[in-house]
Design a binder for this molecule. Structure first.
Ligand code: GAP
Length: 534
């Protein structure tokens, strides 16, 4: 019989998310659909709070620029389906693909660069070391364990012995074609069943209109960014923005990922928060550094701890086809720890996108910089040089993050499992400002006028922030449920309320309780919550 295994932190988080209504598998009653998730009643509140915080910090009150003056960022909500020429110009039709490998025996499909290969070696009782061949496992923090377990099974069938830990993994894509044919795939026991890697375009296709033909073929956007480039000219012509300025957008993107995994980390339908910052080419580096700092500050403001965040520059061979340089903001996810995984990319896209769209559409997408013209005139620069320098194609710095990935990070960061805690061992210590429910309001019992007082207080509090009224179950269980969903405050109306007009306010993390006058509760919580989202 298989030994029962203890659930990993990630499994516990996924289970809590389902049990408490944060995230459900999409179309679960039909067996689900790999890579698609639904955000439940609490998940949608949390997601909207993070979305609103990003929008507030990008569009409503963007950071002060490096010269000490306010900067301009405007918003956009563009279509998911655009003219398909968009994706030819952007390079996605030609180049937005992952290398994919099929297993001929099991019909499983893997991302070739996620298959990690190592030589299996077993030390026999005789003292000899046998080489059992090349074996592939999926990349991840448990790759070594999975590898050793698989080889151990095989070793037992062939006389036993001690499996030696792999001496280092090589990605399947880095092997020679001859070596690839000798690899045993992750779900089989014989070599040679894996195909050669083939490029697989990640864009979902659809048809526009009644006829399904090559001419009516269109794509679901794989990034929100391109919608911004397509409206760059309209925004310049119809609003008062001048270079440098930004355009921000939040919305759904779709990628037919070969191996969606790690819960909502890599899904096929997800939400992005992207901002394209248009600037003078000579200033692109300055703004790249500026946005690197600002974006790190933003993640910290969400309550993500410094030790779980890091910046990682892309190597030259990692850069996307459009990028001159890119840095990733990475997070130490439970499934990557002690390593880190991508959270946001900040890319220097140069003039790639505007030049490509200009070339493919025949429209001029350069910029005439009046302020620069005046400055150059004052400097006594020659008219020819002024003319040449004042018209240019802006460069773009792009901080691009995933909203749904941010939800995952906030949940991972907030998750606590404390066996000594009363009521529940599991809780979410979400920064109060972003918690889906800010306050639970409870009558201690359903009599003696307590429900009436509690309901009145609830109606008042919900004018200010999200609240939940609950009068069922023992008070300890109600507190425990609120801890599990990350509610920072609970207010309880009890027998003493009728006597002295005070209530108990309980704080989630410390579980400390204090008596506060009924008519001071709103002010007390408004003070504590500051400027809450939701
Ligand atoms: N416009 C540039 C761009 O889309 P990206 O690195 O491909 O760059 C930006 O995506 C962010 O979108 C990523 O850092 C990640 O947070 C999120 N993202 C990308 N693919 C995702 C997926 N399959 N599931 C969830 N989030 C994803």
């Amino acid at each position: 019989m298989a030994e029962p295994t203890t659930p990993s932190v990630m499994e516990k988080i996924v289970s809590l998310c389902k049990r408490r209504g944060f995230v459900y598998p999409a179309s679960e009653i039909y067996g689900g659909l790999n890579g698609f998730w639904d955000y439940g009643p609490l998940g949608v509140l949390l997601k909207n709070n993070i979305r609103d915080w990003w929008w507030r910090n990008m569009v409503i009150t963007p950071p002060i620029g490096p010269d000490g003056h306010p900067i301009d960022i405007v918003g956009l909500d563009s279509s998911i389906v655009q003219n398909p020429k968009t994706w030819v110009a952007s390079g996605h039709v030609g180049g937005f693909s992952d290398p994919m490998v099929d297993d001929r025996e099991t019909k499983q499909r893997y991302r070739a660069d996620h298959l990690m290969v190592a030589a299996a070696r077993v030390k026999r009782k005789s003292g000899n070391t046998d080489e059992l061949g090349l074996f592939a496992v999926l990349s991840g923090d448990d790759a070594s364990d999975v590898f050793v377990k698989k080889i151990d099974k095989l070793a037992r069938k062939t006389g036993g012995g001690e499996v030696l830990p792999p001496e280092g993994f090589t990605p399947f894509t880095k092997l020679s074609a001859e070596q690839r044919q000798q690899v045993v795939g992750p779900d089989v026991s014989t070599p040679g069943t894996l195909t050669e890697p083939r490029d697989f375009n990640l864009m979902f296709q659809t048809y526009v209109g009644a006829l399904q033909s090559e001419e009516s073929k269109a794509y679901l956007r794989p990034e929100t960014a391109q919608g911004i480039f397509l409206q760059y000219k309209n925004i310049i012509d119809t609003t008062r923005v001048k270079v440098p300025f930004g355009v921000a957008q939040i919305g759904k993107s779709f990628r037919n990922e070969v191996t969606p995994r790690n819960f909502i980390f890599r899904s096929r339908e997800f939400e992005q928060m992207e901002m394209e910052w248009f600037c003078h080419p000579d200033e692109a580096r300055k703004w790249y550094e500026f946005w690197k700092d600002e974006r790190m500050k933003w993640w910290r403001s969400l309550g993500v701890s410094e030790s779980n965040l890091r910046l990682r520059d892309h190597e030259a061979d990692e850069l996307s086809f459009y990028s001159k340089m890119t840095v990733d903001i990475e997070y130490r996810y439970p499934f990557t720890a002690p390593d880190f995984g991508e959270l946001e990319g900040i890319a220097h896209r140069g003039e790639y996108d505007l030049s490509q769209h200009s070339k493919h559409s025949g429209q001029k997408l350069d910029y005439f910089d009046q302020d620069l013209q005046v400055k150059l005139k004052e400097q006594g620069v020659s008219p020819e040089e002024i003319k040449a320098k004042s018209r240019y194609v802006p460069n773009v710095i792009e901080p691009a993050s995933g909203l749904t990935r941010a939800v995952l990070v906030v949940l991972c960061e907030a998750y606590r499992n404390d066996p000594n805690r009363q009521g529940t061992t599991e809780m979410l210590s979400i920064r109060p400002q972003f918690a889906p429910i800010k306050c639970g309001v409870f009558p201690l019992v359903q009599k003696e006028g307590m429900p009436e007082v509690a309901e009145k207080l609830y109606l008042d509090l919900r004018q200010h922030f999200t609240c939940e009224y609950d009068q069922k179950q023992a008070i300890g269980r109600r507190y425990a449920r609120m801890d599990e969903i990350g509610t920072p405050f609970c207010v309880t109306i009890d027998g003493q309320t009728a006597q002295d007009q005070t209530v108990t306010i309980r704080e989630r993390d410390s579980m400390a309780q204090e008596r506060v006058a009924l008519d001071k509760v709103t002010g007390y919580l408004v003070d504590k919550l500051g400027n809450p989202c939701g």
